[in-house]
Ligand binder design. Structure first.
Ligand code: ADP
Length: 294
């Protein structure tokens, strides 16, 4: 099963062009959709989840036309939105069971089994009697996945799921996602490069509504090979370098700026070549010449 997005465009009534001619083919496994805030990720996710209409373009999920067969899509979709609200005064088991009824699992003993299996899968079984209001951010997100899995979905969309999670919760959440990705299409929308680096076999970078890169993280790394240069610079030199070079990142290391620039040739000036990582790829597309060349 494949998800085929073709020439999708959307302009909001206020004139913001959130999606510009977006085309992507997404296969089974974990797909990373990487882009800064405002890039258009949620607009794309909401459109895939049948919650809003594009102005033009087509979306096909296997043999389902996503834009015209919304009910069919909803039967096979698990969606974890960016803001996932829970009822704070209900315990996880009760709410999940209630949501299971809404999903059409009306047989009581079947429902009991499904709810138990999902609570175990998301590691919430021991906390099943606890009110959701007392859950940590990570537990809420795992509950979000449990409800997304109720329909036994073929397509799972998770929008910025790791924002606000501490490192241990984030790892646990990402491990859960990658397990699910073994036999489902999972689209992970995020502005966090490490989420994609660790998990996704395929990815796209989007900014300002446009797809700037699509392919594997490995291929992306190949494209910047030999083009990333690093130097520790005194703060006084920063301004001029920003004006004359394609600076893609600036980080303080021990209080001193370390900058990465994107350049085909050795820029001299004491820059050393380094092996770029996925973050360099990302910033090259967002800030650098790659963005213009794409
Ligand atoms: P992301 O999820 O990558 O942060 P969004 O899809 O939320 O990006 O937003 C893309 C652009 O569209 C932003 O400029 C945002 O302000 C704008 N936008 C999003 N939703 C709406 C809306 N309902 N009405 C008008 N503008 C919107």
């Amino acid at each position: 099963m494949e998800l085929q997005i073709q020439n999708l465009s959307k302009t909001y009534p206020n004139g913001v062009q959130a999606l510009q001619d977006v085309s992507l083919t997404i296969r089974q496994g974990m797909f990373g959709l990487l882009g800064p805030n405002g890039a258009g990720k949620s607009s794309l996710m909401r459109t895939l989840a049948t919650l809003q209409e594009p102005d033009s373009g087509t979306i096909q999920l296997g043999d389902i036309n996503v834009l015209t067969q919304k009910d069919e899509v909803r039967k096979t979709l698990g969606y974890l939105p960016q803001e996932f609200g829970v009822y704070p005064k209900i315990d996880a088991e009760t709410l999940l069971s209630h949501l299971a009824v809404l999903k059409g699992i009306t047989n009581r003993s079947e429902r009991k089994d499904v709810v138990k299996a999902l609570l175990q899968k998301t590691n919430l079984y021991d906390a099943r009697k606890k009110n959701l209001g007392g859950y940590s951010g990570g537990m809420k997100q795992r509950f979000g996945i449990a409800q997304a899995l109720l329909a036994n979905p073929k397509l799972i969309i998770v929008d910025e799921p790791t924002a606000g999670l501490d490192p241990a919760e984030r790892n646990r959440f990402l491990n859960l996602l990658s397990e699910i990705g073994e036999n489902t299409i999972v689209i992970l929308s995020t502005h966090i490069v490490d989420d994609v680096k660790e998990l996704c076999s395929d990815m796209a970078i989007i900014n300002k509504g446009q797809v700037l890169y699509k392919g594997s993280p490995k291929k992306a790394l190949g494209e910047i090979e030999g083009k990333i240069w690093e130097k520790r610079v005194p703060k006084s030199e920063l301004e001029e370098l920003r004006a004359t070079q394609t600076v893609i990142s600036e980080k303080l290391v021990g209080g001193m700026p370390v900058i990465h620039i994107l350049a085909d040739e050795n820029p001299g000036l004491g820059f050393e070549p380094i092996e770029g990582d996925l973050e360099d790829v990302y910033f090259s597309y967002i800030f650098g010449k790659q963005a213009v060349d794409a």
